[in-house]
Design a protein around this ligand. Structure first.
Ligand SMILES: [Zn+2]
Ligand SMILES: [Zn+2]
Length: 608
């Protein structure tokens, strides 16, 4: 989710932000004991975090769905009151007195005075003035902006959606708060459109489709965040790897393979320890040596670069590997295939000279665009994440000159190639700036799919060098890239994007041959075997069910082609073809079916 400070301060921002304040007032009226945390607008609405204290059993008190209705009712009354939003600036001491019984606000006030975080929890560069907004009898720490008065919030376009637990400041050692999510729009029609989209998103949820199509599963004994790919999922992965290998072969990449484990020293050298330690699995110790499972493939590729003497003639050197990495994501943050602990990445590292950087960088961006076209991804945003001074030596490698130079190099490359991007500070990788690619699925859900990072730190940490034309030794630049993201995230995205109805080449099951009666079983089996011999994922459905049940089953599995065979088809050597979209074609010669499927696969066509 974008930080609230990055959202445009337009009319929707004001409506949503104002609705958050109104919700907080409503909650406080209904639960005078509630403690208020923060309540920013989001890209579709708003939320607010509350602490309702503990129940008799000592557990955090929670809201129920019925409570939401009550709160919503109360909000409508406040909206109807047309209370103006009034702004004022207060001194630190005034603020402390004003929010005397609100401990979370006290923490935020301290943050504003010291210049750490603002009232939304976003980091600050310097101490900020303390300002409030007041409507009716409710006053909140806030820098706005808001609508003029509560009556400007369209009451019939606001809806409270859900309740979730959220730790104060996202820190699991801090109190668990109750977050209420709401959505707010300009009018009833916009609200309805959004609610319909949420319904559609629920139907397309990759966890639901993944289960129905038997793509992946999790098992408690294996562990959270460690997906098991079922045959259908593995078939999709095989196709994605084929795609990556073809494209990368064509673009001058070379494939390498590296182990899952390494000695601690390698990650100390790379700087992952200590910079990245929180996201790594703890070490295992053997004969006094610590070993880690890898969270990234980079250090291994650097070692391959260093394994032989390189000259400028060898550059650019592009090393690719679908490497399996392990990252210790917090259990509260695991989410289906989107956030997992084991992941297979479409990884590659490009080592190049400074002169080659621009072309290499743009070629990588070109790969992204090629894949977007293939998958019909029409809307995407490229975000350039840069460093922030205050993180130097902490979350960023401590070399400001190199940061500025590299960031400038990326910016220039993007501008010269006329590629639209937005810039965000303080979101870079620890060794250099990165481009995050955010894409939208067919129904407009956002995903961060891929990153593309420039690295000016690791090559020198690894003493990587090449012999320059003048005989001297120079350090190469390194580009980390993964346009197809990880298998986990990409498959998760594609399941939602296509609502499970994958294009033929990617469909885990491509053809199902359906005999009308037992008598046609032999012909069906032979036909399926012919298709399989050509590398097509086909099977004959020889179950005892009636034909219609078999067709229904194939439809549920979103199989692109159903080849129905009966007396006539057996006699003529044909099939009655039913496509997933319901269209039919009778009397199609079996050879024509084979040719059709082969053509769709070969061209990776989106057509059925
Ligand atoms: Zn506010
Ligand atoms: Zn890397």
């Amino acid at each position: 989710m974008a930080k609230s400070s990055e959202l445009p301060h337009d009319d929707l921002y004001k409506i949503r932000h104002s609705a958050a304040h109104v919700m907080a007032q409503a909650v406080l009226e209904l639960y005078p004991e509630a403690k208020l945390a923060i309540g920013p607008p989001t890209s579709t609405g708003f939320y607010y975090d509350f602490d309702l204290g503990k129940d008799d059993a000592g557990k955090p008190r929670t809201f129920s769905p019925e409570d939401l209705e009550e709160i919503e009712k109360r909000m409508r009354r406040i909206i109807g009151g047309q209370h103006p939003f009034e702004f004022r600036e207060v001194s630190g001491d005034e603020a402390a007195a004003l929010f005397a019984d609100q401990p979370y606000k006290q923490e935020l006030i301290a943050g504003l005075r010291q210049g750490q975080v603002d009232e939304m929890g976003d980091e600050l560069d310097e101490p900020a003035p303390i300002t409030t907004y007041r409507q009716d009898a409710f006053e909140d720490l806030c820098k706005g902006p808001h609508v003029e008065h509560t009556g400007k919030i369209p009451g019939d376009a606001v809806k409270l959606l859900s309740i979730a637990g959220a730790y104060w400041r996202g820190d699991e050692n801090k109190p668990m708060l109750q977050r209420i999510y709401g959505t707010a729009w300009r009018n009833k029609k916009e609200l309805k459109r959004h609610l319909d989209l949420l319904e559609e998103a629920k139907l397309r949820d990759h966890r639901k489709i993944g289960k129905e199509l038997e793509i992946f599963t999790f098992d408690e004994e294996v562990g959270p965040g460690l997906p098991l790919w079922q045959p259908a999922g593995a078939a999709m992965i095989r196709e994605l790897e084929r795609l990556a290998e073809e494209v990368e072969d064509r673009n001058g990449y070379q494939r390498v393979r590296t182990p899952h484990l390494t000695k601690e020293d390698l990650f100390v050298r790379s700087g992952h320890l200590p910079y990245y330690a929180e996201s790594m699995y703890p070490p295992m110790e053997l004969d006094g040596v610590k070993y880690y499972v890898k969270p990234m493939n980079c250090p291994f590729h650097h070692k391959i670069f260093a394994s032989v003497q390189r000259s400028y003639r060898d550059l650019p050197l592009r090393l690719a590997e679908y490497g399996t990495c392990y990252r210790f994501e917090k259990s509260g943050e695991l989410f289906g295939l989107m956030r997992v602990r084991s992941l297979q990445m479409n990884d590659a590292h490009i080592y190049c000279t400074e002169e080659q950087f621009r072309d290499e960088f743009l070629a990588v961006i070109g790969l992204y665009l090629e894949y977007f076209e293939l998958f019909g991804i029409e809307r995407y945003v490229m975000r350039l994440s840069t460093h922030h001074k205050r993180g130097l030596g902490k979350k960023y490698v401590d070399n400001e000159r190199l940061w500025l130079e590299t960031e400038d190099m990326v910016r220039r490359a993007m501008q010269e190639a006329d590629i639209p991007y937005v810039e965000v500070t303080d979101e870079a990788a620890f060794y250099g700036p990165k481009i995050d690619v955010q894409i939208e699925s067919a129904i407009g859900r956002e995903f961060t799919l891929a990153t593309n990072q420039v690295d000016f730190a690791q090559p020198s940490r690894f003493d990587l060098a090449y012999v320059a034309p003048d005989g001297g030794h120079k350090t190469p630049l390194c580009i980390h890239r993964a346009p197809l993201s990880t298998h986990e995230r990409l498959v998760g995205f594609l399941l939602e994007h296509y609502a499970g109805a994958m294009p033929v080449w990617l469909a885990p099951r491509q053809v199902r041959v359906i005999p009308i009666t037992d008598e046609h079983g032999e012909y069906a089996t032979r036909l399926a075997a012919d298709l399989k011999a050509r590398g097509i994922r086909a099977e004959a459905d020889l179950a005892d069910d009636r034909m219609n049940a078999k067709i229904r089953q194939a439809q549920l599995l979103k199989i692109p082609y159903m080849a129905v065979v009966g007396d006539r088809e057996v006699a003529e050597g044909t099939v009655a073809l039913r496509r997933r979209d319901g269209s039919r074609q009778n009397g199609m010669p079996a050879a024509e079916l084979v040719a059709l499927v082969e053509e769709r696969i070969k061209t990776r066509s989106a057509e059925l």
